[in-house]
Design a protein around this ligand. Sequence first.
Ligand code: ATP
Ligand code: MG
Length: 630
Amino acid sequence: MSPLPRQIDTPSVMFKNLPTGTKLFILCATFLISIAVPIYGLVTEKRLAVDFSRKELLGSRYLHTVREIYSAILSPREATRARSDLAQPALVGGLARAEEQLGAQLQTADLAGALAGALKEISSQDNQAASQGGLVLSALSKAQALASRIGDDSNLALDPDLDTYYLQNIVVRGLPTFLARLAELQDFFATSLSTGGSSAVRDVRLSALVGLARSSAMEVKENLGAAYRGNGDGRLQAAVDAKFAALTSSVHAYLAVLMASAAGIDTRDAVAYDRFHSRTVEHAIEAWTAAQGELDRLLHVRIDGMLAKMLVGLLLIGTFAGLSIILALLTHRHIVQPLKRLENVASKVRSTKDYSLRADHSSKDEIGRVTAAFNDMLAELSAARARETAERVAFAQATRLTTMGEMAASIAHEVNQPLAAIVANANAGLRWLSHAAPDLSKVQAVLQRVVRDGHRASEVVGSVRALIKRDVQQKAPLDINVLIKDVVALLQTDIESEQLSLELELSTPAGSVLADRVQLQQVILNLLTNAIEAMRGFNARPRALAIRTSHGDSDSVCVAVEDSGPGIDAKDRDRIFDPFFTTKPRGMGLGLSICRSIIEAHGGRLRATPGHPGGTVLEFTLPAYHASRS
Ligand SMILES: Nc1ncnc2c1ncn2[C@@H]1O[C@H](COP(=O)(O)OP(=O)(O)OP(=O)(O)O)[C@@H](O)[C@H]1O
Ligand SMILES: [Mg+2]
């Protein structure tokens, strides 16, 4: 036969069979993982945005250095001093430092190197040569390219907010372009003054350059307007508007003066033009400084805002996660632990049967109610057990009383016969003594019988007590035929006085049993007494008493006592072994009851059957004793 397929547990069944604590742990672990994943996503996303803006800040820092270079190259008031410093570490070194710190991430090394080269070249020329040789314009164009690269590579050109986007447009492209245009104008004037030339060509070129400068200024202005519109709190405008207004007015004044000079340029005007120019440059640098300061501020505000939002998000998630963990701990404390304690108490009760134990938990939820119900059940069981114990004690006491009553009755019954014999013998002795010549030998014989019967009475009391206590320590191998002969000797007087014929049919070899001698003696004595009493006054048949022993089989010995009396009424046949059942006026009804107890205590059986042709047979069997087997 093929073995039965093993039943495979489904996940649901497996989960159902897990301890409650493990179920709770799985629930918490799943919850924490489901929180950890979005946290990871949130942090990653915010970090990307923060890094993006930090890179913009990096670019802005680099632009500060570029702005200083513009200022140094273009500021005429400080021209003499500044240009002599161009080759000094203050400017080139600043550029090198900026490149070293920031350039690696912005890939500006080539452009920064070109600008540094141009600056060194300027510093090696005198002022005049520098201007005339177009070195300044070349340096500015390199600075412009560098600023543009910084804007592109530092994400500034990709800025996502309107205000910062337009602001960076101003500092990355607008103002550098505008300043380059101003420098071209200045260069144009310097060239015109030194070379002269056709006024028509000069005017065309002048108006073209002025147009370019104006359009650059317009572009800056438009970007500024857009930045204002994109700045919600208006702080940007408040911070930079004055600077840009000053720039606008100086640009207008400068360009108007330039256009007015179309009739011709006098060398004497150069000083005035220079003043307009230098003021415009100065205002442009100041506006740049202010704009860049605001750009930095706005980027810092954005980064701080993002970090704060991330922190708040993490705090919120952390708070909920913490709350959930606290809830899980509370659940463990108020559900898992009470359940465990309940289980422990239940298993302890099961193993010890100690119903006084109680589960220690009180709450108004289901577990509290189950615990209360469990404790109530234990209290019920405890009370039931106490009742049961009390009943058992009461029953035991009642049984003991009954037993004691039975014992007293048994003793009375069994002692009766020897006492009667003692009285009869004592009377006989007295009679012998009252003769004129007392026959002392007969008196002695009578007294010996009194002593014998006295001992027998004492033995009977001890034996009955042992019987009641089920004390079977007194058993000894007995020859059943010898025992019968002893009892017959005791009743010899009665047999003779009743004129009964006695027939002994004793088996050969004699049956041997393991028994209490006195008890077995009592059984045979009781059966013979009943038989003698049954035939008393009954004359319908010859009065005969027969005692037979036989071997039922190899394992039992059988003893039968038969009389020729009236027999037992059919209606009484089932009751004669009941205690206190008697048909005799002075009988106690205990003889057969005691006999049956004794025989059964020895592993045998006692029964009554009708005799032939009449009378009664009382017959018992006992296990045969074989000395060789024991
Ligand atoms: N051999 C017998 N023939 C006829 N009836 C008997 C015989 N033996 C016993 N009985 C009936 O059984 C009854 C119970 O016998 P049992 O020996 O238990 O009590 P008892 O003889 O009446 O009183 P006692 O307690 O003095 O022995 C007797 O009263 C009698 O009716
Ligand atoms: Mg009797």
